[in-house]
Design a protein around this ligand. Structure first.
Ligand code: 5GP
Ligand code: SF4
Ligand code: MG
Length: 459
């Protein structure tokens, strides 16, 4: 998911719309903005893309100087409008709205406790747990209640909370999901990715620190903390696949990191002879350029993405589903015909995409297709809100590299090594302050995983 927040600007809702627009790649299932004018909280939400949900009319009715916003990814907690965020909770003790990027690993555990003491949940989303914890807290004052509640949470979260009085911004103790802080004139802004700042002309100030709580009101900003930072674990897949190339995470540019992954991959691919290098648009173009630079094999546009495909609302038959990739991607026959092609992609999850693309390139006349992947084999599920696949669905959890190569019909298959990936990001896996989460590759989860921890889409 993508989150965006702003405090202290007369066009808070409009700017949130632009912010979400820049974060659209982080979630296409639904979008929402909750805005305040200091008197009340108002929500505009809907299913679908940012441009489907918002229009001139509903945005101009959403007047206010503070807002939080959310773009929703996958089916975490199930589909439906009731799960589209920000979630708004009205109560006599104070109305609040909350937006969440990430997935909690102890949500079920906390939920059971809360249900025993009388809480009733409206949605299947783990975000609601936090609100119940806040309402149940015996601590004096809203901030202390929020801090106590946040300190009980395990797993990945970048949270934005808004009330009539202000905005709170929090990030989990491991810093699993990105969250940046910036300024737009006198206003304060936060966003999942810095590309949202660039779009609205805001200035990046710093990352929100793991375990930190920022409290922003008309009086200014207070930097507080609800727990100490623990094992730093920024998600490696943000660098590989998820984030936009023009964003920086911890001041490391995503495009530059992907190029280094491609270069490293070329060093690790011994003895591949080929005529052209091509990347699968959009996420793999940067890595393909890096691969071409390092190997000396020319980069070519071997695959074109149809940018108007959108979401397929007609549920296709199996035969049509097999053509699904063809609606999105086309080979450039003149580039690949009679050529030995290196095809760079960012990851293999189920293996379906790679198989179809290899097939497509061969049908277009490629004589050999060498698949190179700018991440290691993904053997373990992610509990922190990115990949929704279970172990059984991950092709690398049961198949060797040779078997995957055969399954996707490639001539050779090379994955980037885990060390190579760590090196390319410029972070160190075990660094206390700049560490990476690599759990889907290594199985070493940075947090506890509980017996009742469930994958986001299984709920
Ligand atoms: P699969 O191997 O399951 O067919 O898909 C892998 C491809 O899906 C990659 O090209 C990647 O760019 C794309 N993709 C779409 N969503 C995700 C996701 O959530 N995680 C990963 N790792 N790749 C994804
Ligand atoms: Fe990212 Fe993988 Fe860790 Fe999930 S398990 S947070 S996808 S690195
Ligand atoms: Mg892809």
């Amino acid at each position: 998911c993508g989150v965006f927040g702003i405090w202290g600007h007369p066009d808070a809702a409009q700017l949130s719309y632009y912010g979400l627009h820049a974060l659209q790649h982080r979630g296409q299932e639904g979008a929402g903005i909750v805005v305040t004018d200091g008197q009340a909280l108002r929500a505009v939400k809907g299913e679908g893309l940012v441009n489907d949900v918002f229009n001139e009319e509903n945005l101009s009715n959403a007047k206010g100087y503070g807002a939080i916003a959310h773009a929703r990814y996958t089916t975490a907690g199930g589909g439906g409008i009731e799960n589209v965020q920000p979630l708004l909770f009205r109560s006599s003790t104070g109305t609040l709205a909350i937006a969440h990027n990430g997935n909690l690993v102890n949500a079920n555990h906390l939920k059971q406790h809360l249900e025993k003491s009388g809480s009733i949940f409206q949605s299947t989303s783990d975000t609601e747990v936090v609100v119940h914890l806040i309402k149940k807290s015996k601590k004096p004052g809203f901030r202390a209640q929020v801090k106590e509640s946040l300190s009980l949470l395990k797993g990945a979260f970048s949270f934005l909370i808004i009330t009539k009085e202000g905005m709170m911004v929090a990030r989990d103790r491991n810093g699993l999901r990105p969250l940046s802080f910036g300024r737009l004139g006198d206003a304060y802004v936060v966003a999942s990715e810095t590309c949202a700042f660039d779009l609205i002309g805001a200035e990046f100030v710093r990352e929100v620190e793991p375990g930190e709580l920022l409290v922003i009101t008309d009086q200014g900003i207070e930097e507080d903390r609800f727990v100490e930072m623990e094992k730093r674990a920024m998600c490696a897949m943000e660098y590989v696949y998820f984030a936009r190339p023009d964003s920086n995470i911890d001041e490391i540019n995503i495009h530059a990191a992907r190029k280094r992954m491609g270069r490293q991959l070329a060093k690790e691919c011994f003895g591949i002879e080929a005529d052209v290098v091509t990347g699968v648009p959009d996420s793999s173009i940067s890595a393909a350029i890096g691969f071409a630079e390092e190997s000396g094999i020319p980069y070519e546009l071997g695959l074109i993405k149809n940018r108007y495909t959108g979401r397929t609302f007609i549920q296709p038959t199996q035969e049509l589903r097999e053509r699904g990739v063809k609606m999105k991607l086309s080979p450039v026959v003149q580039v690949v015909k009679g050529k030995r092609v290196v095809m760079v992609d960012d990851s293999i999850v189920r293996g379906t995409t790679s198989r179809r693309i290899v097939n497509m390139l061969k049908e277009a006349g490629a004589t050999e297709v060498h698949v190179v992947i700018s991440s290691p084999p993904m053997k373990n599920p992610c509990f922190y809100g990115i990949d929704t696949s279970t172990s059984e669905e991950l092709i690398a959890s049961s198949k060797s590299v040779e078997d995957i190569c055969e399954a996707i019909g490639a001539d050779t298959l090379t994955f980037l090594s885990a060390d190579g990936l760590v090196e390319a990001t410029g972070r160190a896996f075990d660094d206390e302050t700049r560490g990476l989460c690599m759990a889907c590759f290594t199985g070493e989860y940075p947090t506890e995983i509980f017996p009742d921890t469930v994958l986001p889409h299984v709920k």
